[in-house]
Design a protein around this ligand. Sequence first.
Ligand code: 5GP
Ligand code: MG
Length: 456
Amino acid sequence: MCAIVGVYGAEKASTVAYYSLFAMQHRGQEGTGISVANGKSISVYKKLGMVADVFSQDTLNHLEGTCAVGHNRYSTAGKDSKGDVQPVFAKYKLGEISIVHNGNLVNKMEVRNKLIDRGAIFQTDMDTENIIHLIAKSEKDSLVDRIKDMLTKIEGAFCLAIQSRKKMFVIRDRFGIRPLSLGKFKTGGYMVASETCAFDLAGAEFVRDVKPGEMLIFEEGKEPQSEMVYKNVDFHPCAFEYIYFARPDSDIDGKNVYETRLETGRKLAQETPAEVDLVLPVPDSGVAAAKGFADELGVPFEMGIVRNHYVGRTFIEPTQEVRDLKVKMKLSPIKHMIEGKRVAIIDDSLVRGTTSKQIVRMLLDAGAKEVHMRIAAPEIKYPCRYGIDTPTKDELISANNTVEEIRKKIGAASLGFLSIEGLKESLGKERNYSMVSFDGHYFAGGNADSPSCGDS
Ligand code: 5GP
Ligand code: MG
C-alpha cells in the first residue's frame, strides 16, 4: 500500500506533489506529507489525515522548491502510528535527506536490531527509518554510493524516492512488486508516482514504468540517468494491485487496471457461472469485475447497491463491531430492483468475510429470492508481507474455512472464487505475478507463516 510521488525540475513542485497525492488518496488515508528541496535546504510538512485536509494553499506556498517528494500512508488496522507519517527527514554527514517509501522490508527487524546494537536510536516503527540510518552510517563518500550500499542491506518490496538538497534518487526493488511510473511535464521536469492516475491530474505525460532493479538519478540540467542497481532482477509485480488496490484508470506495467478486472469477471463467469436474473457489483471495488461477469453470462448488470461516498473504506476501522456498522453506513440496496430476483453479487476479494456477510443479508432483507456470491480473486489463504493488509492467518476467513463453510457463514445460495489459474490467465502469462496471498509463495525472504513485519 501507500503512495509515493517524486517531482523534479518543476516550478511549483509541492503543488504538483499535492495533486498527485490527491489522485492517489485511495492508496492510504491515514497520513500524508510532502518535503521540498530548493537547492539549499529541505522543508517537510506532514500530518495525520487526508490530503485535502492536511494541506492548505498557504502550506503549499511555504513549501518552495523545484523538487518534492510526497507520501500517503496506509496503516495496518489498530496500530497507533502518530509518528509514522512520511517523508522521513534527517540531517547527516553529507547534508540533508528526505525519503518516501512504498512497500515492506521483510528483514526490517534484523536490520533494526543490528543498528540498535551499534548504538542507533529510532523515533518511529517505520522500516523507512532503517533506510535513512543505513545511508547515514555508510562509509562511502557520495550519496549515490551510500544509497547503493544501503540497497545491499535491505530486502523486500520497496519503491523509494530519496531527495537531497539538489538531487533526487528513485529506486524500484529488483522484484518490481510495487508499481512505479515515470512521467514528464511539457514545461520540462519529471515526476514519478506509484500510479499513472497521478500524472493525469498533475499534468504530466506518461513516459514509462520504472524497471525492477532500476535507479533513476535526477540532477539539475541533465536528463534522468538510469542505472540498473541489481544484477539479479526477478520481476514479480503484485497481482493484488490489479485486483483491488490500484485505481481502475491507472496502467501498471503496461496493463490497464480496469481492463484486467473486466477480464477477471469474465473468467469468473466461465469458471463458476450462476443462474440469475441480475448481476450487481459491491461498489466500488467490484464494479469492473461484475461488468465482465454480466457480459460473459449475458445477464443485465445494475448498480443495485448504492454507496454513500462520505464514509471511508471500511477496512480502516480497527475493531470488528465498528467494521460491521460501517458496512451498513456505506452500502444500501435499491429494493424494488432486487425484490423477487435471483441476483449474483460480485466483489473483488474476500478477506475477513465481513462485507460479504452483511451484503448477502442486506440483499435478502431487500427481497432477493436467491443471492449468489462471486469473488473475482482466488481465496486469500496467506498473509502478505510485501505490503497488502492481510496481517494474520487467523483473520483470513479462507485460511480457516472451506468454500462451503464460508458459504454457510455468509448465508449465500452459492459461493464461487476465481481460480489461481484463472487469475493468471486474466493477468496474462508473460509475467510471474506475486500472488502471495493466494499461493503463499514468497520469493524475497521469509515464508508464509512468519508474521507480517513491515508497515509502509
Ligand atoms: P472482508 O469484508 O471480506 O473482510 O473484505 C473484503 C472487502 O475488503 C472487499 O470489498 C475488498 O474490496 C476490500 N479489501 C480487500 N483488501 C483490502 C485491503 O488491503 N485494504 C482495504 N482497505 N480493503 C481491502
Ligand atoms: Mg470493497
